[in-house]
Design a protein around this ligand. Structure first.
Ligand code: PBG
Length: 335
């Protein structure tokens, strides 16, 4: 006997609870608030610089002055966290990405600056080598272009420490090397950063929806015909995401991420059901670009479609969402 047996019309009319707005509010299962939002930004070196990203209408790469204005806006809107992605100058890129852990690098300087002006805004810093490598891979490659795991982990650990030293609250490894969470956690503990959180991109898929991001940080040309299939997850796999998450939790992750978001709602749902760790989701650049393109073509209405997309991600089980729509969503929620 399942519990739905015996429920029949007209004893049950599901439309009763949908009749008025007040009734609908009363039975709402999912609520979205500004507390759930994280805003990713693209950082340029220099002063008073801003450059539009063609495939992401409405989003600009900006120098620190512009990012500080965004940070202030975020504080006023009640968005708790900013995620930083650097656009690294060609001259600073190399085969082994040593710029990634330069204590005076763009990211490290920017973390210090944002922290000093807005100490309460949480800073999430990305740990991966793709903005820093001449080949656009997230790690260090051998002569066959294969990304080497353990050497890469050493560099990622240095990168993570340099972010923690600069004042990052949350270190977010997005590289998908094995064992990097454990190595970073150990380095944080032994260097007296016991309270720095690790948000691991635990289930990060080898997705075609990252294209506009690679354009934004300028790694697409470097990556050229290359791909990330040897380390990011196969979109055909779901069970494997549970192994990834389990490993990262054991190694010391405080928060885990599923990425992309809307095409992977089943993964968000499964991870949230299986583990008690907070699950974050990344509504990636390609998801943003699709929505913007459809709106521009007149095929979709912007506000309601955007809110629906974020609500769906929340409903699937995400406790926080990285979205390029975060500023607008917060404005709508505050209206
Ligand atoms: C790279 C990284 C990527 C994104 C965040 N960090 C792209 C990639 O893995 O190639 C994608 C984010 C987005 O598409 O919005 N470490």
């Amino acid at each position: 006997m399942n519990k739905y047996n015996g429920i029949s019309f007209p004893a049950t009319r599901l439309r009763r609870t949908r009749r008025t707005s007040a009734l609908r509010k009363l039975v709402e299962e999912t609520t979205l608030s500004t507390n759930d939002l994280i805003y990713p930004v693209f950082l340029l070196d220099g002063k008073n610089k801003s450059s539009p990203i063609k495939s992401m209408p409405g989003i600009n790469r900006q120098s620190i002055d512009g990012i500080l204005k965004i940070a202030e806006k975020m504080m006023n809107l009640g968005i708790p966290a900013i995620a930083l992605f650097p656009v690294v100058k060609t001259n600073d890129k190399s085969l082994v990405a040593e710029e990634a852990f330069n204590s005076e690098g763009l990211i490290q300087r920017s973390i210090k600056k944002i922290k000093s002006e807005f100490p309460e805004l949480l800073i999430i810093s990305d740990v991966a080598l793709d903005p820093y490598t001449t080949h656009g891979q997230d790690g260090i490659i051998n002569s066959d272009n294969y990304v080497l795991n353990d050497v890469t982990v050493d560099t990622l650990t240095k990168q993570a420490l340099s972010h923690a030293e600069a004042g990052a609250d949350i270190i977010a490894p997005s590289d998908m090397m094995d064992g990097r969470v454990g190595a970073i956690r150990e380095a944080l503990e032994s260097n007296n950063f016991p309270n720095t959180l690790i948000l691991s991109y635990a289930a990060k898929y080898a997705s075609s929806f990252y294209g506009p991001f690679r354009d934004a940080v300028g790694s697409d040309a470097n990556l050229a015909a290359g791909n990330k299939y040897s380390y990011q997850m196969n979109p055909k796999n779901a069970l494997e995401s549970l192994r990834e998450v389990a490993m990262d939790i054991n190694e010391g992750a405080d928060l885990v991420m599923v990425k992309p978001a809307m095409p992977y709602l089943d993964i968000i749902y499964k991870v949230q059901k299986e583990f008690s760790v907070p699950v974050f989701a990344y509504q990636v650049s390609g998801e943003y670009a699709m929505l913007q393109a459809a709106v521009k073509a007149g095929y979709l209405e912007y506000k309601m479609s955007t809110l629906e997309s974020i609500t769906a991600i929340k409903r699937a089980g995400a406790s926080a969402i990285l979205s390029y729509h975060s500023l607008e969503i917060a404005q709508w929620l505050n209206e």
